[in-house]
Design a protein. Sequence first.
Length: 306
Amino acid sequence: MKHSRTIFTSLCPFVILALAAILSFAQQKPKPPLKVFISVDMEGISGIVHGDQTTPGTADYADGCAWMVADVNAAVEGALAAGATEIVVNDSHGSMRNIDAALLTPQAVLISGTPKPLSMMQGIDASFAACLLIGYHAKAGTENAVLDHTISGSVVRAIKVNGIEMPELGLNAAIAGYYGVPVVLISGDTAVCRQAGEILGKDVVTVAVKEAYGRLAARLVPLPEAHNKIRMGVKEALGKLAGAKPYKLIAPYTFELAYHVSAQADMGAMIPGVKRLDARTLAFTADDYIQGFRTLRAMISIAPAR
Ligand SMILES: [Zn+2]
């Protein structure tokens, strides 16, 4: 009897602690969902400076793919550290089959392949809390910018929406904005980071992983440091999500597409509702941004290569 009371007395604090832990756990509110959408291009990935590193069939392509998944995994880790409950990664470059699914952090879901109706933004919807743009690049015609182009290097000279010349980051941020989702972080070279600030405002977190000396050369942030910058940047961006605003353009949306040469405009000019502003520039207006974006993509796709 005495012996069992001693055991009871000595166990008592543990029982109380266990009960307290169970009670406090029961009182905790369920974690609110934090869904994060990540669109990943390739030209702005840490380490990449040349088209050979982004093109299948070249000796350098495997390096590009390895560096791409390393940047993505750093972003996924940052999102998980910030409490992300669901992460969707959309491979957004070329064939859109660059990310090796086996190497992606398993907490993330991969969208792979092309064509996709929303292209680089496929998979986004209003249930997401935030969008991250990883490995992005500056718009066509930007000086000192690694592999600058807009959607198609051989077709597009410039794209404007409502008079604003758009890099891909702007076109895609407007898709996120259509669903009420803010773009909170972008990674790439210093040029695309500058353009992100110009279009999205100063609150977007920018992570520069290289500084270009031209179109095909750059001073690289050492890769482990670049990955750490992405990880920390994502954590910071998602930590201050409450103040983030979606990027919204005002309807109706006037799209202007300047091709490199007039022969490329000849096909798009046949689409009903499309106006020809000059030999190589077409324009149209859409009431719905997504519809306009799809028309724009079709106009780019039907153009013959230069
Ligand atoms: Zn790309």
